[in-house]
Design a protein around this ligand. Structure first.
Ligand SMILES: Nc1ncnc2c1ncn2[C@@H]1O[C@H](COP(=O)(O)OP(=O)(O)OP(=O)(O)O)[C@@H](O)[C@H]1O
Length: 230
């Protein structure tokens, strides 16, 4: 279980998160919802220690990790699929995937689930990452995160900017990572329909604060309209 208690986070002197508390239960998906700029990406980055400073408690399976360096948090079992994917275009698909294993200091091999979920990647391991489509790059970013052998996967808008015919494949792979591998997932998502389908719990952010949270079936249309409608 990943728990955040009263977490504040800062970029320089500017405070981006204010007292956020949330818990992602083992083997569940927690959707992180809210409009653009409310702090969803910052929440994921704070869990990995990638903002300038944070305070409050962040615990993984009861162990406080909020004071650890980013690589130590990765080793503790947290992996990140960032917005924009951050593939290294000149590295091969294989090298991009294996980088995830280096980040966590673990086994440097391609995870067994990769050929099951993303056969195209396995068939093209020696091609450069830069030749892939947006959807394939997203698959590669997920494969790279899995090479960390994580317990918790942080995913930032994984279907953003992806061709509609690939979106469903990515969504299905996220659900399979949760149901078949039992991965705990924090999913930043603008698509409420997918959040309702995939997640068990949600947290809604507004101006860096949690304004609603709980089981996803308690997420009302009113709350969505109030905090997500443009
Ligand atoms: N590197 C940074 N330096 C300074 N301020 C930042 C930085 N990154 C984000 N912010 C600020 O922190 C706040 C939260 O931004 P964040 O990117 O976390 O929002 P978000 O909900 O993920 O938005 P989006 O949906 O657009 O990705 C915003 O006011 C943003 O301007």
């Amino acid at each position: 279980m990943l728990t955040l208690s009263k977490v504040d986070s800062f970029y320089g002197r500017s405070q981006a998160l204010h007292g956020v508390s949330a818990a992602a239960r083992d083997g569940t998906i927690m959707a992180v919802l809210g409009r653009n700029g409310v702090g969803k990406t910052t929440l994921l980055r704070t869990i990995l220690g990638l903002t300038d400073r944070s305070q409050g408690a962040i615990a993984l399976d009861g162990e406080e990790i909020g004071g650890l360096a980013t690589h130590a948090r990765a080793r503790a079992g947290i992996a990140y699929v960032p917005q924009g994917r951050m593939i290294i275009p000149d590295f091969t698909i294989r090298e991009n995937i294996l980088m995830g294993g280096f980040a966590a200091g673990g086994a440097r091999r391609i995870p067994e689930i990769v050929p099951v979920l993303f056969p195209y990647l396995m068939e093209n391991l020696d091609r450069p990452g830069g030749v892939l489509s947006g959807g394939q790059q997203q698959q590669l970013a997920i494969a790279r995160a899995l090479a960390c052998e994580p317990k918790v996967l942080l995913m930032d808008e994984p279907t953003e900017g992806i061709q509609p015919n690939i979106v469903e494949q990515i969504e299905n792979s996220i659900i399979r990572l949760n149901t078949e591998l039992g991965l705990t997932i924090l999913l930043v998502e603008q698509n409420v329909g997918f959040a309702r389908r995939a997640a068990q719990d949600f947290v809604m952010l507004e101006n860096g604060r949690s304004v609603a949270s709980g089981p996803i079936d308690t997420l009302t249309d009113d709350t969505v309209a109030k905090h997500m409608a443009i």
